[in-house]
Design a binder for this molecule. Structure first.
Ligand code: NAD
Ligand code: UDP
Length: 316
């Protein structure tokens, strides 16, 4: 009889992070099931995997149940950029909450291990800096970002309730801003926006005065942290922050991207969107201690890789 391969379901597998995770797990020889409704993900992100015998694509919307036989689930399905998650906010909540219930129900039935891609957004506009996992956050329940923030918070609650009530084997990671090749060029996130604008010599749109901060993690580092968490001991369920602790103002990011692309773009200041957090930086002591993980890729190095990808999209 053939040795049993680990069968791994990745929801949102055709998206930015999901497709890199598919790459990694297919390369390691696991049987990978990629589930996606292609709301923000595309077949282009995974086209190169379609011929792999250990890769399978399922078109499905996670607002509805899915019945599959799997050993592990990475639950990533959810639009991640403000433009996309605000496009249909009710759907965003359904994807987060119903999606979590459906995947946790599946994990319970087939006794799969399940990892939730949570987010730094659960900290809201933080009053504590940097943010450790023990911080409960400062989130507006009724603002334009709430569909995402509260959807993700409720998903975390569901994970811990299924864990306590049904002994489901869970992992929860809180992902901080991550960037890299295969980001959607029009998803409005700051790194993709600035690179696309810089390459076209268009104005760089800095919202507010650009003094708000973010910490940017390169995708390869993030995927490594994710897989370490999934494969770590069952006693460490998280939540654990994953992100790069290097902190930059949005204005510094704009200037760095102009320099790296040798662009003639100029900086244009636009209004700051509602509820835009003023500062964000992960405290990653827990990930360092429990997963022996920390990011390796410097912002400048990661941006160069990302710029190269976006140049390729311009002239294929
Ligand atoms: P993405 O938008 O590229 O990927 C999300 C994927 O989920 C897409 O392929 C999309 O089509 C799919 N999807 C959306 N709704 C679905 C539904 N109802 N049914 C099935 N599939 C659905 O975003 P990403 O950056 O790759 O984010 C992946 C996960 O990581 C998300 O859960 C996001 O909240 C989380 N996250 C990402 C970041 C980041 O900086 N990239 C930060 C924090 C958290
Ligand atoms: N931002 C900006 N110009 C843009 C896009 C974003 O100044 O064209 C700012 C945005 O206001 C926020 C930061 O960059 O302060 C990060 O935005 P993003 O949407 O990438 O992610 P967030 O961390 O806010 O979810």
């Amino acid at each position: 009889m053939k040795h049993h391969q680990t069968r791994i379901l990745i929801t949102g597998g055709a998206g930015f992070l999901g497709s890199h995770l598919c790459d990694r797990l297919v390369r390691e020889g696991h049987e990978v099931l990629c589930l996606d409704n292609f709301f923000t993900g595309t077949k282009n992100n995974i086209r190169h995997l379609m011929k792999a015998p250990n890769f399978e694509l399922i078109r499905h919307d996670l607002a509805h149940p899915a019945f599959l036989e799997v050993d592990e689930i990475y639950n990533l399905a959810c639009p991640a950029s403000p433009i996309h998650y605000q496009y249909n906010p009710v759907k965003t909540i359904k994807t987060n909450v119903m999606g979590a219930i459906h995947m946790l129900g599946l994990a319970k039935r087939v006794q799969a291990k399940i990892l939730q891609a949570s987010t730094s957004e659960i900290y809201g506009n933080p009053t504590l800096h940097p943010q450790p996992e023990a911080y409960w956050g400062n989130v507006n329940t009724i603002g334009i970002r709430s569909c995402y923030d509260e959807g993700k918070r409720c998903a975390e609650t569901l994970f811990f309730d299924y864990h306590r009530q049904n002994r489901v084997n869970i992992r929860v990671i809180r992902i901080f801003n991550t960037y890299g090749p295969r980001m959607h060029p029009n998803d409005g996130r700051v790194v993709s926006n600035f690179i696309v604008q810089a390459l076209a010599d268009q104005d760089i749109t800095v919202y507010g005065d650009g003094s708000q901060t973010r910490s940017f993690c390169y995708v390869d580092d993030m995927i490594d942290g994710m897989v370490r968490m999934m494969n770590g001991p069952d006693t460490f369920v998280g939540p654990v922050n994953l992100g790069n602790p290097g902190e930059f103002t949005i204005l510094e990011l704009a200037q760095m991207i102009i320099r790296l692309t040798k662009s003639n773009s100029r900086i244009k200041f636009e209004p700051l969107p509602q509820d835009d957090p003023l500062q964000r930086r992960p405290d990653i002591s827990l990930a360092r201690e429990k997963l022996a993980w920390e990011p390796m890729v410097e912002l400048e190095q990661g941006l160069k890789q990302t710029i190269q990808y976006f140049r390729g999209l311009q002239d294929p």
